[in-house]
Ligand binder design. Sequence first.
Ligand SMILES: Cc1cc2nc3c(=O)[nH]c(=O)nc-3n(C[C@H](O)[C@H](O)[C@H](O)COP(=O)(O)OP(=O)(O)OC[C@H]3O[C@@H](n4cnc5c(N)ncnc54)[C@H](O)[C@@H]3O)c2cc1C
Length: 451
Amino acid sequence: MNTLNKEIAGWGRYPVQRCELVRPERHADLLSEAPSLLARGQGRSYGDAALNENRRVVLTERVNRFLAFDRDQGVIRAEAGVTLAELLTLTVPRGWFPLVTPGTKHVSLGGCVAADVHGKNHHHDGAFSRSVRELELITADGRRLCCSARENGEAFRATVGGMGLTGIIGEVELQLQPIESVYIRARHQGAANLEQVFALLQDTDNDARYSVAWLDLMSRGAGLGRGVVMNGDHAARDELSGGRRLTPLRLAPAKVRNIPFDMPGWLLNGLSIRAFNAQYFRREGGRSGSFLVDYDTFFYPLDTLDNWNRLYGKRGFVQYQCVVPTATALEAMQQLLQRLADSVHPAFLGVLKRMGAAGEGYLSFPMEGYTLAMDLPMKGVATLALLDAFDAIVLQHGGRVYLAKDARLAADSFRAMYPQLEAWRRVRRELDPQGVFGSSLSRRLGMGEEE
Ligand SMILES: Cc1cc2nc3c(=O)[nH]c(=O)nc-3n(C[C@H](O)[C@H](O)[C@H](O)COP(=O)(O)OP(=O)(O)OC[C@H]3O[C@@H](n4cnc5c(N)ncnc54)[C@H](O)[C@@H]3O)c2cc1C
């Protein structure tokens, strides 16, 4: 197979590393002979999870065939390179939607399993692995292992959330959820500060399936952590009128614009973001009552701007995402936002979500509590020092950082954040005794002891 030596990066474009790329056309060629291997889907993880510096990276994008679709039961089986965008195109017109979706549809099924991704409904439906009926894991010795919560359960628990380090996921079988329309009944509520945001997110009267808060990270003082809480549920057909009711499962294609080249780093600055946030807060927080939006607008607003990561310029950006247990989550988030405010480091996008109970994956990120994600332009040591300070707060509250977003966590912090690491290592040792599967992330964090 042809190999290509090329500099690549994750979605945050930090770090950039040279890897040896192969792009197999067939499922049978996914596993190639190399001392170190890593599968890569759509490269939508932010940091170095899908990088394997100076070593081999297997691009799965062409191994993307649909294998079976039971339209009555909503069960679909596909090769792991299939993206959620491709899946939606096939299943939505037939009335089926993924049980869990992240904030972009340009992710592969393999990437969703390996990071055990979560959506706006984690408090309701758990993480992606909850909808995985079965997966096929190609191990270092060429075996094809069928895994599920019941069959080869240990391999399953190590692979969901295992960041590609147990083998290559070849196929995924998913249980979808039925929908009657492509619309979401959404409701927005403005909240003047973080306490109010928390009160709205944990309101027991709010049993919305999907729930998330946008935070204005530029707001300070009494308005620290102000935001807009956005709730949503799938709309039934009889909630629609006119043309929508006639073709409830038809979605008009979204207009997608493109950022064609790297923007100068100064374009996104404190002033421009402050103005944008203030306007967004007024407009979205001031909406009254519920309204209908299509699922693209509700779940994937950022997908309407292709290559939006170029807005951050050549140096790229990092997304810091942590989760903290419920008991002290408000206090922890307040400390994080205050630390950010004190640092005068710019941070643009802020998202807060409630999470339900942890799932089965040994290294899966979710735990019962609250998760905060913040996008920060990469400004070298100032950024790295700030993120180290965030880690100290998160650790103090018994929380953890999300590996799919990470580019810089220290190995000892990682060990303290993931208490099931030893259980994961034991299974990984059985599946991959030579440590063939590795990544820049796994070496940085010392995930396998042999690294
Ligand atoms: C705009 C945006 C919004 C996002 N929103 C969310 C969100 O709401 N919730 C959330 O949880 N995440 C979110 N993410 C992160 C994203 O969902 C995950 O990083 C996901 O893993 C990306 O899938 P990918 O195909 O791009 O995987 P990659 O980035 O290519 O790889 C991610 C990991 O999966 C492994 N992997 C990929 N394919 C395979 C395979 N076939 N076999 C074995 N391992 C494999 C890789 O080795 C790597 O460790 C978001 C990302 C973006 C850019």
